[in-house]
Design a binder for this molecule. Structure first.
Ligand SMILES: NC(=O)c1ccc[n+]([C@@H]2O[C@H](COP(=O)([O-])OP(=O)(O)OC[C@H]3O[C@@H](n4cnc5c(N)ncnc54)[C@H](OP(=O)(O)O)[C@@H]3O)[C@@H](O)[C@H]2O)c1
Length: 299
């Protein structure tokens, strides 16, 4: 059984992953900004002050790095964009420096990454792990984040990066926001509705992280998306079907989205069509391959 430290453990993915890892009899501890007494030991870090509780790495053989400021938590301004970037790059660098300068037994480092690395486009071009990265703000963030994470491989530690798609979960995340207007009979596709959403059910995402913990062959980047991405219009229709609600409202125009959320609107007006082939070839078997099966489970 692995002895796993999770950063960003209080978030959507960290909570569910902790539950599933404990269920599989792994040992889990958390590295968080505000430690609390809970089911697992939790240690403090302060990324800006370059501080990590010195006891954190005792006995740890695997790190799962999820920490990062919520991309959609606030309207983007320069300060928040910097927080989005530095909460990922500086945290990864601090972990690198700690691993470099401390005696430890860490063998595997599994990091969250994001499909935002490919950039967002209206085309149906399929992005694989070999595709070039994009040029928009998020692509730059993810590239810089992965660059910091890759340094850890120089320490003789296996590094795997899961490029996460749009995580669908019962509570929180994108699905709750998309389902709400549909529940209130005002749901509609966004912008053209033709943009791809490369989604993943949270159980499958956690399954991929667990595979990366257990399978020493996994290293480098893997897309964490389901095998069949859908367009925004298809997803909206499937949500309405799962909730037994009608869809009648016209698409929300892109310019309205820009007015409401500013620069961040680019993520929803455009999308990306991302391949799950590599992780499937590595032996991961998806529980939820179609959007219908995922939504029936979640809604
Ligand atoms: N959910 C998605 O659809 C999705 C898609 C693509 C990529 N990802 C990436 O996957 C990772 C986990 O996703 P998630 O949905 O679980 O994220 P989340 O719910 O936003 O949780 C991220 C966690 O990171 C920590 N954190 C927040 N702000 C921070 C800051 N300024 N500095 C350092 N740590 C901070 C917090 O943990 P503590 O309070 O415990 O420290 C927080 O609970 C994130 O890095 C996210 O960008 C997620």
């Amino acid at each position: 059984m692995a002895n796993i430290l999770i950063t960003g453990a209080s978030g959507l993915v960290g909570k569910k992953l902790t539950e599933l890892l404990l269920h599989q009899n792994h040992r889990v501890s958390h590295l968080v900004r505000s430690p609390e007494k809970g089911a697992v030991p939790s240690f403090k870090w302060d990324i800006k002050k370059k501080y990590i509780d010195p006891k954190t790495l005792e006995g740890i053989d695997t790190i799962i790095h999820l920490a990062g400021a919520g991309v959609a938590d606030r309207r983007w301004n320069e300060e928040w964009k910097n927080e989005i970037l530095e909460s990922r790059t500086l945290s990864s660098r601090l972990l690198y420096e700690t691993l470099k300068n401390t005696r430890h037994a860490v063998k595997s480092f599994i990091s969250a990454s994001a499909i935002g690395i490919y950039g967002f486009t209206l085309s149906d071009q399929l992005f694989t792990e070999e595709s070039a990265s994009g040029n928009d703000f998020l692509a730059q963030v993810v590239r810089a984040w992965e660059h910091e994470v890759d340094q850890i491989a120089q320490l003789n530690i296996r590094v795997a990066k899961i490029r996460i798609g749009v995580v669908l979960a019962k509570q929180g995340g994108a699905l709750a926001q998309m389902a709400l207007p549909v529940k209130w009979y005002v749901g509609s596709p966004l912008a053209s509705g033709r943009q791809y959403i490369s989604w993943i059910h949270i159980d499958d995402l956690c399954g991929i992280f667990m595979k990366a913990v257990e399978d020493q062959q996994l290293h480098g980047a893997y897309n964490g998306v389901a095998p069949h991405p859908v367009t925004n219009a298809e997803l909206t229709k499937e949500i309405a079907n799962a909730l037994h609600k009608p869809l009648w409202a016209p698409n929300v125009p892109g310019f309205v989205l820009k007015l409401v959320v500013g620069e961040m609107a680019g993520i929803v007006i455009n999308g990306n069509n991302v391949s799950a082939k590599k992780v499937e070839r590595a032996g991961y078997e998806f529980k939820f391959k179609s959007i219908g099966s995922a939504l029936n489970d979640l809604l």
